[in-house]
Design a protein. Sequence first.
Length: 146
Amino acid sequence: MMSYSLPALNVQAPWATLLVEGLKSIETRSYPIPATYVGKEILLIETPGTNKKLQSRIVGLIVFGNSFQYRSLKQFRGDVSKHLVEEASKFCWHPAKSKWGWPVLRYSKLAHPLPKGFRGGIIYSKAVAIPKAELEKSRKSARQFA
């Protein structure tokens, strides 16, 4: 079976699924997206987060644009419909911590998540193998945000 290697990003459940289903159009992080990943296909690894019953798995492909920094709670609140982070969440904007938005340019969900129990890096994995057929199916079903 032929496969490709792509970089991957770990995102906790349920956020990863929301990203690859197009329901979440901005990923938030405490740092800007590394320049090497801007505009590039990245595999999305869904990690359990607080759902300990879930096993890590690759759920889709995503392409991010240039990141931007949230400078106020008001600005962060203005994008809540895009990043889906509620004010009571530990992931909300805080004046003592940097908060960055990574806008999603393109996304696609794998028809079948690969493989259950996948173990990547803590945040990123530099080269994750994905079967060529799965990658091509996902690329054909990719959708873009306007």
